[in-house]
Design a protein around this ligand. Structure first.
Ligand SMILES: Cc1cc2nc3c(=O)[nH]c(=O)nc-3n(C[C@H](O)[C@H](O)[C@H](O)COP(=O)(O)OP(=O)(O)OC[C@H]3O[C@@H](n4cnc5c(N)ncnc54)[C@H](O)[C@@H]3O)c2cc1C
Length: 511
């Protein structure tokens, strides 16, 4: 009998689950070792007293990437997920009282934008058209493929594309070409925070985010984003993947050329032909591998911001809170500087509120509400003293005050049955995220594509990575792409490639 090749995946985040499933589909015997008691990582959920919270992701974007993942595993997405489009995508609240509903309804956008500035609607159409161009080129030429050398990345064919994508222009400044009103520039750039980036530093390429949301849609799977994790775990298990929970890896044992085994905190040891690190890549280099010099190099990289989270079980319903709500506050530039340069909570924090029961009544008990609040904040900084209790209290106060002042919700505090708080130290402790950076390594020009840490270790040639801090980057669909690219690379390098994989890889490499 032919022995199946073996793979160990460290971490059951979406990247680990999807890679495990793809490898199993391609003939590997796969075991996933997860530190925590349940899968999902940052996309896990909390259920308490009938309230259901997604702890991290709340926006289901790029459904076509999810579809491709299910299809590659021999399944249909619609058999697993009941998706609902959320439109208007967000209600944006400005601190001067202006409210803007971002929607794919072009008539409604025109009406709202022209009230603010006569030229804004034309600007919007051009801006979204540019976003569409950026999205298509990025996905096809940069995000959806592996790069095996620097010449491959900065090839003669790609160089003009870097300019076409405005990769060297700053997003906020570029938005000024389309909008005069500062509030609109903010409304069409705050989404950079999903990548954990300041719009003042982010490449203008990222107008692709606004295109994705308004044209391809913001979706919600009934049952919450965690339904996506559960569906992928079910498919992986059906393909034979074995999940071992409460199994934190302590170190990777090597012979200098390849990884031989992974040793768990409790001493259990697992050997395998190949290993895939889904835990945060800088953490793996720093804590699991034996090369401190390589780990030090990652210390110099830029990291994304972190977040303070409030998960509130509320014994009253607040129908005026939409499914997705964004509250922008204070001096926009100063607040990003405070987050990204000072690693602080801004003096006037902006925040996001998610009320899933607007779409999915099962997210809260009858007549009650489930509220998730995300307040962006600087990541952990060993060089400064960070008083997280003070920051958490100030963030909570800001949220309660604005909801009271701008929405007339003045009794919320007395209706909160319970509060669960996550702050940067929790992100670090629960999921081993380096610096508590909620979105992993940053995505500036110098940390994307070939310049991002690669999905295979340079020295240990049987150690691969899949997840937010490797290529292509953060966000559920982008991590699903990471799982696809890592699997393709493994299959290509380990000679276990199918005809279809080979056709895809050759097409990508010759573009
Ligand atoms: C607050 C927040 C909001 C977000 N919002 C969105 C959104 O709306 N839409 C979107 O698309 N994306 C969003 N994201 C991003 C998205 O959640 C991530 O990009 C994605 O979940 C990362 O998946 P991953 O598999 O790379 O990593 P992770 O989810 O971090 O998974 C890694 C796994 O490895 C495990 N692990 C760590 N160390 C060890 C060890 N030593 N041994 C064994 N296991 C270990 C961890 O416990 C974890 O389960 C959000 C993220 C956050 C934090």
């Amino acid at each position: 009998m032919i022995q199946k090749p073996t793979a160990i995946v460290i971490g059951a985040g979406i990247g680990g689950i999807a890679t495990a499933a793809r490898l199993a589909k391609n003939g590997y015997s796969v075991t996933v070792l997860e530190k925590n008691g349940t899968p999902g990582g940052r996309a896990n959920q909390i259920i308490r007293d009938g309230h259901r919270f997604d702890i991290g992701p709340t926006l289901f974007l790029m459904p076509e990437v999810w579809e491709e993942t299910f299809a590659s595993l021999g399944e249909k997405m619609e058999d697993h997920l009941d998706l609902r489009r959320i439109d208007p995508t967000y209600k944006v609240h400005f601190d001067d009282g202006l409210q803007l509903e971002l929607t794919s309804n072009i008539g409604k956008m025109q009406e709202q934008l022209e009230k603010i500035d006569k030229t804004a609607f034309t600007g919007f159409l051009n801006y979204i058209a540019e976003g569409a161009k950026h999205y298509k080129i990025s996905l096809e030429k940069f995000v959806g493929r592996n790069f095996f050398s620097i010449f491959d990345y900065f090839s003669l064919k790609n160089l003009p594309l870097i300019f076409k994508l405005k990769a060297l222009d700053k997003h906020y400044r570029n938005t000024g070409r389309y909008f005069k009103d500062e509030r609109l520039k903010a409304a069409f750039t705050f989404q950079n925070m999903y990548l954990g980036l300041s719009p003042y530093d982010a490449p203008a390429t990222y107008s692709l985010l606004q295109y994705t949301e308004l044209a391809e849609g913001v979706w919600y799977p009934m049952g919450g984003l965690y339904a996506g994790i559960q569906a992928l775990v079910n498919v992986a298990e059906k393909l034979g993947v074995k999940f071992v929970y409460n199994a934190p890896a302590k170190k990777l044992e090597t012979n200098g050329e390849k990884v031989l085994s992974v040793v768990l905190e409790d001493g259990r040891t697992f050997s395998s032909d190949i290993f895939v690190g889904n835990a945060d890549l800088p953490y793996i280099y720093k804590e699991l591998l034996p090369d401190p010099f390589e780990a030090k190099k990652l210390d110099k990289k830029l990291y994304t911001c972190s977040t303070i989270m409030f998960y509130w079980g509320v014994d009253k319903q607040y129908p005026q809170v939409a499914h997705h709500n964004v509250f922008l506050g204070g001096n926009y530039k100063a607040s990003f500087d405070q987050i990204f340069k000072d690693h602080e909570l801004p003096n006037v924090p902006s925040f996001y509120v998610h009320a899933p029961a607007r779409t999915d009544p099962a997210a809260a008990p009858d007549g009650q509400d489930t509220l998730y609040v995300l307040v962006p904040v600087g990541h952990l900084d060993a060089a400064s003293e960070q008083d997280w209790d003070e920051r958490v209290n100030r963030a909570r106060q800001t949220v309660l005050e604005r909801l009271s002042k701008e929405m007339g919700i003045d009794d919320l505090e007395s209706h909160i049955k319970f509060e669960i708080v996550y702050q940067p130290e929790d992100w670090k402790e629960r999921f081993n995220l380096e610096k508590g950076a909620a979105f992993g390594l940053s995505h500036n020009f110098w940390q994307v594509g070939y310049l991002r840490p690669q999905n295979r270790h340079k020295k240990y040639k049987n150690l691969y990575f899949a997840g937010a801090s490797t290529h292509p980057g953060t966000g559920l669909p982008i991590v699903l792409l990471s799982a696809r690219l890592t699997t393709e690379r493994i299959l290509m390098e380990k000679g276990t490639i199918t005809v279809q994989n080979m056709v895809n890889a050759v097409a990508a490499a010759t573009e």
